[in-house]
Each structure stands twice: as structure tokens, then as C-alpha cells.
Design a protein around this ligand. Structure first.
Ligand code: NAI
Length: 484
């Protein structure tokens, strides 16, 4: 084992089964003999009780800034509205933009996929998308959540997926997206994948539509190696993939940022079995293996992984989630893994690991500089309980004398004015698309849009405006269903 330098890790035992599974992983790491110094820190339920609304005290934040590597148990999410999720606080605070969730077939764990060598990694973007939590009630009956996908965020996660593939000697990266429907957001993710992937010519790159990916992953998981995807897709797909190998008890994860990496099981605090010494610590142990690989302790990582596989292969000491009521205790399972340190698995092939190169992406907020851009119109969102025809005629009358043309109105994405034969069931939320005179400067466009909003006042209630950009000759907006 590496006996050179002592590395320090911030450890958060967490809530519920957290302390049981974190201690199991810690004991096993200590038993390998590597020099690790643990800095115990608090977060979660007890911290909320002390009055910290974020669930994470300053001491913990300072420790993470110092050590940059965290082994973490699950944290209970408060039910009230006053407090934030401590997990989300940690992920956002340290910009851990990449969530890596590997799943691998485990010996003696009964699943419908036994013998298929499931070995899949979902690399999920962890910060953007619908999880940016920018939501508004646009009318009392219509809610909106902004789906934010950036070129920069996409590039970071896509490069991370390829770098992770290289560090593990993996051969295939799928990009899973819904680019066929969300052409600008999911489409941007796909376009960045297509731009970046040729730089990794040693790894095969394929695109797959997300729903097809879920279907194929369930039918034939061995066709997949690494799947990189946006936040919401990844949330669902990674839970699906953990079910392929026996469930949450076997699903580890890493939250990777440029400065900080946090390693934790995918499962939660399991309040139904907490404090009973029966939790399966495998997911946390595998998360600790990922942590050791991250800090370059490859020998210890491999020893623990092998000992875990051997313990599973022996099948003498498996926990209740695998074998039912006669399951072994968490302590007994942990002891068996420690006893098996130094043994090699007969069935699970060992993988070569190399240190992972983290993507080097500029800290500058802007990552795309177009040659030409202009504003060619605006979508004005109006709340009204009139009909499409009434609203359209009224808006046309209001544009008289202004350099502004009502192009169309849509309701929940489908054009309803000029009137169509569609059987659209309308709600009181109208997207009204206006085009500006082509020769107008952006400054003039701002004045016209503002003047028109003032003209609208008193007649119709507008709640939101979105400018229509033209970027390097391409529309920076999509057409409504039925719009020409
Ligand atoms: P959960 O993952 O805690 O439990 C779901 C089921 O899986 C339960 O039946 C539980 O007994 C079982 N289970 C989970 N881990 C297990 C293990 N290691 N061994 C054996 N069985 C295990 O999900 P739930 O009940 O939805 O969430 C409970 C709490 O955990 C909530 O407050 C939730 O917000 C929080 N949570 C925290 C996470 C984190 O800190 N990363 C992740 C997910 C949930």
C-alpha cells in the first residue's frame, strides 16, 4: 500500500443509517493500512435542530474547503419549507457539477439480469436543467419551471464523461438526450457532445434518444458502457440502472467539481432500518472505493473492491436486503470484507485505473461568442380568459401605428391564432409572438417593446417577456406547433 503521504478526508456520517454505513467503509479503509486522516464533520438533521437553515455549519464548509475530498452518509431532507436540503446546499456550494453513478453486477445478488455482466456508468449533469429551481406561477393556474442548459455546463460534463472513460479504460460513451423535442436545450447538449467527442477518438461516441435509452437499458444493459446526460434524465436513468444490479444498496456515487469531490451512496437515510445494525454498507463501501481512486490510492481501492466481491461470492455473510430476515448484521458484513482483504475475486474481472484528468474549462461566465446577433421580436406572455380570436384581434388593433407585427399566438405550444382547425384546449396563458421591423437596432427594439408593454397595460395582463434573438443567422427560439 501507499505509505508515503497522509491524505485528509472530511467525513460526514449523516442521518439514519448514515453513521452505520460510513463507519463500515471507514473501518475497511483503515484496515488496508493506507494513511488517511479523517476529519469528522456534521451536516443534516442535528444541524437543522441547532438552527442552521442550510443544514451545513461553517466548520463543515471550512473543512471541505481545506480537504477537498468528502466521504458522506445520507442526510435527511427537512419536510418544512423553511429549511433547504443540506444535500442540495453542499452540491451547489461546491459546484459539484458531475454526478457519476456506476452500477455493476454483484455476485449472489438475485436480479433478472444475472449473468449479463451489467457494468454501466451514468454521468449526470448535477447543477443545471430543471434543477436550477427557477419556477414561477405565471398565472394562478399555470406554473413554469425554466430548463437551463448552458454550452459551458454541457461541455464540462461531457468532457468529464470522456475523461472518466479514459481513466477506466472504457470504450463507449452514449449521449442520451431529448434533442428531437427540445431542440434548443437538449439539442445544445447533443451539439456540444458532437463537437467534443472527436477529441476523444480512442472512445466510441453515440447519441441515443433518452426514452429509447431507458428501453434498451432495460432490455439489454450490456450494450451500454458510459451514458452522459442532462440532470433530470440522469436522475431517472441512474435510479433505473441501480435497479438492474439489485437496488439502492449497491449504488455508489461521486459528486465531482473542479475543487471538491464528494462520495456517497445513492440511497437515503433508510429510517425504517436505522440504528438496527442491518443496513447494507455496500453502496457506501463502493463510494469509498471511488474516493480512493480519485485520490490516487488505486491499490487500496482495488483491494477493497476485490474483498467486497469475494465476500459477496462466498455468500455466507450477506445483509437482509439480499437474503431476507436471516441476513447478517452490518458489522458482520464489514468484518467479512476486512477478513477478505488481499483475496482476489474469481468472477469479477479487475479494471485498470489511471488518474482522471478533470476538464479544464474557463472560469469566465461566457463561453460562446457569436459573430453577429440581433433581436428580431418578442414573445409576450399574457394572462387572459378570452378566446384566441378575441385576443388576436385586440392585440392586432393595439399594434396599429407601431413597428410591430403580431405573428401568431400559441397556447401551451400550439398555434391558435391566426385561427386553426386544431382542437386545442386552451388555458389562460397565451404566448403572443411579435416581430419587429428588420432594420431596427437592439436599442430601438427595447424602446418599441417597452412602449408596447405600456400600451398593453389596462387592456391585457402581461406577466413575462422573452426577446427573440437571431444568432449568427439562426433563430434563437423555436416555432410553435403549427407555426409557419
Ligand atoms: P431511502 O433510500 O432512505 O430508503 C428506501 C428503501 O431502501 C427503504 O426501504 C430502506 O430501508 C431501503 N434502503 C436504503 N438504503 C439501504 C441500505 N443501505 N441497506 C438496506 N436497505 C436500504 O429513501 P427514502 O425513504 O425515500 O428517503 C429517506 C430520507 O433520506 C429522506 O429524508 C430523503 O430526503 C433522504 N435522502 C437522502 C439522500 C442523500 O443524502 N444523498 C438520498 C436520498 C434520500
Amino acid at each position: 500500500m501507499n505509505q508515503t503521504q497522509t491524505k485528509r478526508v472530511t467525513v460526514i456520517a449523516g442521518d439514519g443509517v448514515g453513521p452505520e454505513v460510513v463507519n463500515a467503509a471507514r473501518k475497511i479503509i483503515n484496515a488496508t493500512g493506507i494513511k488517511l486522516e479523517w476529519e469528522d464533520c456534521e451536516a443534516g438533521a442535528e444541524v437543522f435542530k441547532k438552527g442552521f437553515a442550510s443544514g451545513v455549519p461553517q466548520d463543515t464548509i471550512d473543512s471541505i474547503h481545506r480537504n477537498r475530498v468528502v466521504l458522506k452518509g445520507p442526510l435527511q431532507t427537512p419536510v418544512g419549507f423553511g429549511e433547504k436540503s443540506a444535500n442540495v446546499t453542499l452540491r451547489k456550494m461546491f459546484e459539484t457539477y458531475g454526478n457519476i453513478r456506476p452500477v455493476r453486477e454483484m455476485p449472489n445478488v438475485p436480479t433478472p439480469y444475472v449473468g449479463q455482466n451489467v457494468d454501466v456508468v451514468v454521468v449526470r449533469e448535477n447543477v443545471e436543467d430543471l434543477y436550477a429551481s427557477i419556477e414561477h406561477m405565471q398565472t394562478p393556474g399555470v406554473a413554469q419551471c425554466l430548463k437551463l442548459i448552458s454550452h459551458k455546463g454541457s461541455e464540462k460534463i461531457i468532457r468529464l464523461a470522456f475523461e472518466y472513460a479514459r481513466s477506466q479504460g472504457r470504450r463507449l460513451v452514449h449521449c442520451a438526450s431529448k434533442a428531437n423535442i427540445m431542440k434548443l436545450t437538449e439539442g445544445l447538449f447533443k451539439r456540444v457532445f458532437e463537437k467534443v467527442s472527436p477529441e476523444y477518438s480512442d472512445i466510441e461516441a453515440r447519441h441515443i434518444i433518452i426514452d429509447n435509452c431507458a428501453h434498451k437499458l432495460t432490455m439489454k444493459p450490456s450494450d451500454f458502457d458510459i451514458i452522459v446526460t442532462t440532470n433530470m434524465n440522469g436522475d431517472i436513468l441512474s435510479d433505473l440502472s441501480s435497479a438492474l444490479v439489485g437496488g439502492l444498496g449497491f449504488a455508489p456515487s461521486a459528486n465531482i467539481g473542479n475543487e471538491v469531490a464528494m462520495f456517497e451512496a445513492v440511497h437515503g437515510t433508510a429510517p425504517d432500518i436505522a440504528g438496527q445494525n442491518i443496513a447494507n454498507p455496500t453502496a457506501l463501501i463502493l463510494s469509498a472505493v471511488m474516493m480512493l481512486q480519485h485520490i490516487g490510492e488505486f491499490e487500496a481501492a482495488s483491494a477493497i473492491e476485490n474483498a467486497l466481491f469475494v465476500t459477496m461470492e462466498e455468500g455466507k455473510c450477506l445483509t437482509g436486503d439480499v437474503v431476507g430476515s436471516k441476513g447478517a448484521t452490518t458489522d458482520a458484513f464489514t468484518g467479512a470484507v476486512i477478513d477478505n482483504l488481499g483475496k482476489k475475486s474469481k468472477h469479477v474481472p479487475e479494471r485498470e485505473f489511471k488518474p482522471m484528468q478533470l476538464p479544464d474549462v474557463s472560469r469566465h461566465p461566457v463561453s460562446v461568442f457569436p459573430e453577429k446577433r440581433s433581436v428580431i421580436g418578442a414573445d409576450i406572455f399574457i394572462e387572459d380568459d378570452c378566446t384566441a380570436g378575441e385576443l388576436g384581434e385586440s392585440l392586432k388593433a393595439l399594434t396599429v401605428g407601431m413597428p410591430l407585427l403580431l405573428k401568431m399566438i400559441s397556447n401551451r405550444g400550439t398555434q391558435v391564432f391566426p385561427l386553426t382547425d386544431n382542437l386545442t384546449d386552451c388555458v389562460d396563458h397565451w404566448r403572443c409572438r411579435f416581430l419587429l421591423d428588420e432594420k431596427m437596432t437592439d436599442e430601438q427594439a427595447d424602446v418599441v417593446i417597452t412602449d408596447f408593454l405600456i400600451r398593453l397595460r389596462g387592456k391585457h395582463h402581461w406577466m413575462h417577456v422573452e426577446k427573440l434573438p437571431l444568432i449568427d443567422g439562426e433563430n434563437g427560439f423555436t416555432k410553435a406547433q403549427g407555426e409557419d
